[in-house]
Design a protein around this ligand. Sequence first.
Ligand SMILES: C[S@@+](CC[C@H](N)C(=O)[O-])C[C@H]1O[C@@H](n2cnc3c(N)ncnc32)[C@H](O)[C@@H]1O
Length: 267
Amino acid sequence: MKLNSTKSGLSKEQLISKIIEKKEFSDLPIVDIENVFNKLNKPHYSDEEKIKLSRDMLRKIFSGFSSQKIFSLKDKSPEWHLSKHLSTRERLPYFSEIYSKIFSGLPKKISVIDLGAGINGLSYSFFQEAGFKVDYTAVESVGQLVNVMNDFFSKEKISAQAIKMSLFELEKLEKIIQKTSTPRVAFLFKVIDSLEAVQSDYSKKLIEILMNSCERVVVSFATESMIKRTKFKANRNWIIEFLAQNFKILDDFSFGGEKFFVIAKKK
Ligand SMILES: C[S@@+](CC[C@H](N)C(=O)[O-])C[C@H]1O[C@@H](n2cnc3c(N)ncnc32)[C@H](O)[C@@H]1O
């Protein structure tokens, strides 16, 4: 689409409608579009710039997959899909070990709420490999990723669900969590950067809320760039300090360029 205006004349609603004219964004929760737009709705940007910058940021946050094929090929194995997604690819050789560490000491039947899940639900068999029966719920904004997971669950007759929803919809999220049985473990795998890009300190608020209803929360970060395999320069000290000051760090470990923190309430 060629944007024909550089002056600021369109209303917020009109600009948001323009942003989602691109098919790739049309299916995202409107909360996510609005959050990104609000961040970039600055008086010194023209309408054209607001649209372009919002789309660039949405693409950065919601397109962390390497291949469109993830969405379409239904007859491929879960491992094939996991190897095509940038986030899960690096985790693939270590899933069983990672889940064993995360769930260590918990009862054998647990609920997992996987937030900003990507296609991580396809790693379900590794829960079993680690010796746990998991009632799994994924929350993810990108509808196509949600569909890939739900297709997999129904094909494999797995008791799990993926829900298309933004992590900024806190009330809905809390209701979903309350419906699951205890003990609960919440995953925030490689998603903190996306949340912080949209709203500073939102991940702190989210972790505090999750801690009210979950036995454990697991936060992970990429320690190497997923694209170039170079050491990632992002400064994680603020979140590590926050976790250490407010919660008990039960375990922390790294696998495949990813660092995990398993946290619980302080007794
Ligand atoms: C880097 S990927 C990580 C995927 C998965 N957690 C993993 O590690 O395999 C980040 C994921 O978070 C999702 N995401 C980002 N912001 C979100 C939000 N506000 N609500 C729901 N999902 C979000 C993106 O669509 C993307 O699938």
